[in-house]
Design a protein around this ligand. Structure first.
Ligand code: NAD
Length: 476
């Protein structure tokens, strides 16, 4: 069976060639034509909202309202922004002319990259394909999309949705697993846009390097939440619990673990208990029955999380809340752990599930060295009322993005670039940043009628040396 699956998919090179043949025409599309495409995409999404919710429910029992909030709404926001601004974004951006180049004028032209590949993950399988697609279309590219094979219902829906809006020589969906992805990665795309794990991100980066193509890598990692002593615990706990347990912790920017001072640990645990009760129910049974907690995507991830939890507890961590699991339903209860050692299994990799370890510090000064000793995170959260202490944490660390006194929300502002740093990713998108990610910034300088620089042409006589001295005195 494995050999049969490895047979090359003949449609892939054929699609790629057709898009290549079409890329010059799509490049020439006007802003109004791109707006019309984006409007057709928006209308097609609006007409299928129920199917989108049904697909995500079938894939991992995600609640319809959570699909509306976290999958459909962000796409509509990106679409609105691009529809409103693509005229402006496409306009060449004039830049200043240094005095040494008097007589010329310069501008940056935003050219589409050409034919681009968008590879999606399973955890937000609709949004994390459609949002980059919006940017790629606004920038005038042809696009092949490879959705995750783990969310088969959403993948099928994307095939139908994209097929209804676009001709295949402009935007097409290729379904499949790593075999199809490897086949796609062997083709000389003009840009690779990947959202997924750091492990596969490396494979994509290697492929892009082989083609000397550009890439955007939206990866993962362990995103810490730092709670300063000046933080208001009830609101902090509520916002951490929301950011952690939405999508059952399967969010790239979910707070992965919490750092709190020793003296406030128990108070934070109590506040988190109350917050989780408010969000998902008072008892373990209520929470298990909550329609708002989705399930773990598959058995492999369920087993990984259960082993991580069991091993961490057997090494001395305390379960303050939750801890229960059900393999058949792929359910893991919202879980809080204390007494977690920095070398515990739960701290060795991105958790990507509803388990929240709490670690303690004696002084806030320990926090930045603790975080910077590990991989650069995708997100870093700081809670507190003391601005100087918050700024000290921000200044002492690095992260793809940061949210102060809340979680996840920096992702939702399309005026901010969204992306990682180092092992959590490179490049960014959302709003205008997405348009730029899918564009080549072409430098264009035009020589005007007045040409002063020709005074410096050979032959290099004494007159040229004098001119040069004069230019240096005046302009450097
Ligand atoms: P993944 O890396 O396993 O899969 C992502 C995509 O890569 C899928 O389409 C898959 O088919 C393909 N793929 C898998 N193995 C491959 C291989 N060997 N060669 C080529 N392609 C392969 O990631 P995932 O499990 O779908 O998503 C979870 C990860 O994604 C987490 O680490 C999470 O933090 C990260 N993530 C990041 C963001 C972000 O915006 N930065 C968003 C969501 C998820």
């Amino acid at each position: 069976m494995a050999e049969a699956a490895a047979v090359p998919n003949a449609r892939i090179p054929e699609l790629f060639s057709r898009q290549r043949a079409n890329r010059a025409a799509v490049k020439r599309s006007t802003a109004s034509q791109r707006v019309a495409k984006l409007e057709r995409l928006r209308d097609a999404i609006l007409a299928r909202e129920q199917q989108i919710c049904a697909a995500l429910y079938a894939d991992f029992r995600k609640a319809a309202t959570e699909v509306e909030i976290s999958e459909i709404l962000p796409c509509l926001v990106e679409l609105r922004d691009a529809i409103k601004h693509v005229h402006k974004w496409m306009r060449p951006a004039r830049v200043a002319t240094p005095m040494t180049l008097a007589g010329t004028h310069s501008a940056i032209h935003y050219e589409p990259r050409g034919v681009v590949l968008i590879i999606g993950p399973w955890n937000y399988p609709f949004q994390l394909v459609i949002a980059p697609l919006v940017a790629a279309i606004a920038a005038g590219n042809c696009v092949i999309i490879k959705p995750s094979e783990l969310t088969a219902h959403t993948s099928k829906l994307l095939v139908e949705l994209i097929g209804a809006v676009f001709a295949e020589d402009e935007v097409a969906v290729v379904e499949g697993d790593h075999v199809e992805t490897q086949q796609l990665l062997a083709l000389p795309f003009d840009h690779f846009f990947f959202t997924g794990s750091t492990r596969v991100g490396r494979i994509v980066a290697e492929a892009a390097a082989r083609h000397l193509a550009s890439s955007t890598l939206e990866l993962g990692g362990k995103s810490p939440a730092v709670v300063d002593d000046s933080a208001d615990l009830p609101s902090t706990a509520r916002r951490i619990a929301w950011g952690k347990f939405v999508n059952s912790g399967q969010t790239c920017i979910a707070p992965d673990y919490v750092l709190v001072s020793e003296g406030r640990e128990q108070a934070l645990v109590e506040a988190l208990r109350a917050a989780i009760a408010q969000l998902y129910g008072d008892s373990e049974a209520d929470r298990r029955g909550s329609p708002d907690l989705c399930r773990i995507i598959n058995a492999r991830n369920f087993d990984r999380l259960k082993k991580m939890l069991d091993d961490t507890v057997s090494q001395g961590a305390r379960v303050e809340l939750g801890g229960g699991t059900d393999a058949q339903e792929r359910y893991i209860a919202p879980t809080i752990l204390t007494g977690v050692r920095p070398d515990a299994p739960v701290m060795a990799e991105e958790i990507f599930g509803p388990i929240l370890p709490i670690l303690t510090y004696k002084s806030l000064d320990e926090v930045a060295p603790f975080i910077t000793a590990r991989d650069k995170p995708l997100a870093l959260y700081v809670f507190g009322e003391d601005e100087a202490r918050i700024d000290a944490v921000i200044a002492g660390t690095t992260a793809g993005g940061t949210c102060v006194n809340n979680t996840l929300l920096h992702f939702a502002n399309h005026n901010l670039p969204f992306g990682g740093v180092g092992p959590s990713g490179s490049g960014n998108y959302h709003g205008m940043f997405g348009f730029k990610a899918f564009s080549h910034e072409r430098a264009v300088l035009r020589q005007g009628r007045v040409d002063l620089l020709n005074q410096l042409y050979p032959p290099y006589t004494r007159k040229v040396s004098k001119m040069l001295g004069w230019v240096r005195r005046l302009f450097t």
